[in-house]
Write a protein that binds this ligand. Structure first.
Ligand code: PEP
Ligand code: MN
Length: 259
């Protein structure tokens, strides 16, 4: 690996990118190669199991996609992260050497699911990122952190992906920045990564959201990228090409100590 996850955890800013969903082997490998070429990315993300709000849309390629991530890591040297929501998914992800697991917003809301994931992590030394629950409830977010910590996981990070609300707003998920700030204040030892993609839901405001997150002292960004964004099987409107991702990271005004 170019950098170990331990090194990346201490780095600022931490940049994670990759497709919303792993779709085909070719798409995963090409995305990873093009992201690595930008030199701006520390870790590769892709959804393998996709919790969709409504049935009938793409629900993820499943376990079959895990060897693609393993291969992407081999080719680029970038560590990989995927979302897990069940004990079986944890087991499969670890079998294929996924470096960092993340718990999605629709899982963080459910203590039974979080506990199932936490129990599957007992005795395993793997870093875990925990997205905020879809509703603006810091206690649920905190409860998920506590369940994972009680299972013995030492490296825990938070992902602020915004909060859902009824009706159309400028954002897909309202950032409610004060909640991320408060969660960071309560947990200064945990990483706080911002997810401009799921907050924005569209490409044109990604940079503004990312800049705001950095201005607010967040530790990193997770941004979706795709080799052909308009044709993505999920979250097409918010994805950008790996090259655009590289440009965007280059356009952010970083804190002086980060550059
Ligand atoms: C994702 O990261 O693609 C995802 C499903 O995110 P969230 O859990 O934030 O909706
Ligand atoms: Mn997505």
């Amino acid at each position: 690996m170019r950098e170990t996850v331990q090194q990346i955890w201490k780095k600022r800013p931490i940049i994670i990118s990759g497709p919303c969903s792993a779709e085909t082997e070719e798409q995963v490998l090409e995305t990873a190669t093009r992201l690595a070429k930008t030199g701006k990315v520390d870790m590769l993300r892709a959804g393998i199991w996709k919790p969709r709000t409504r049935p009938g849309s793409f629900e993820g390629i499943g376990t079959k996609g895990l060897p693609w991530m393993q291969q992407a890591k081999k080719i680029t040297g970038l560590p990989v992260t995927v979302e897990v929501a069940t004990a079986k998914q944890v087991e499969d992800a670890l079998t294929f050497e996924v470096d960092v697991l993340w718990i999605g917003a629709r899982t963080t809301v459910n203590p039974f699911s979080v506990q199932e994931v936490a129990d599957a992590l007992r005795g395993v030394d793997v870093p875990v990122l925990i997205k905020n629950p879809i509703n603006p409830d810091l206690e649920l977010w905190t409860g998920a952190v506590e369940r994972v910590a009680k299972a013995g996981i030492k490296q825990i990070g938070l992902i602020h992906r915004g909060f859902s609300s009824y009706g159309n707003t400028e954002y897909r998920n309202a950032p409610m920045w004060h909640l991320a700030i408060e969660m960071k204040r309560r947990n200064p030892e945990l990483l706080m990564i911002n997810d401009p993609s799921h907050i924005s839901g569209r490409r044109d405001i990604l940079l503004d959201v990312a800049q705001k997150a950095i201005d607010l002292d967040m530790d990193g960004l997770i941004i979706e990228s795709h080799i052909d964004p308009d044709k993505a099987w999920s979250d097409a409107k918010q994805q950008i090409t790996p090259e655009k991702l590289g440009e965007m990271i280059g356009a952010i005004q970083w804190r002086r100590e980060d550059v």
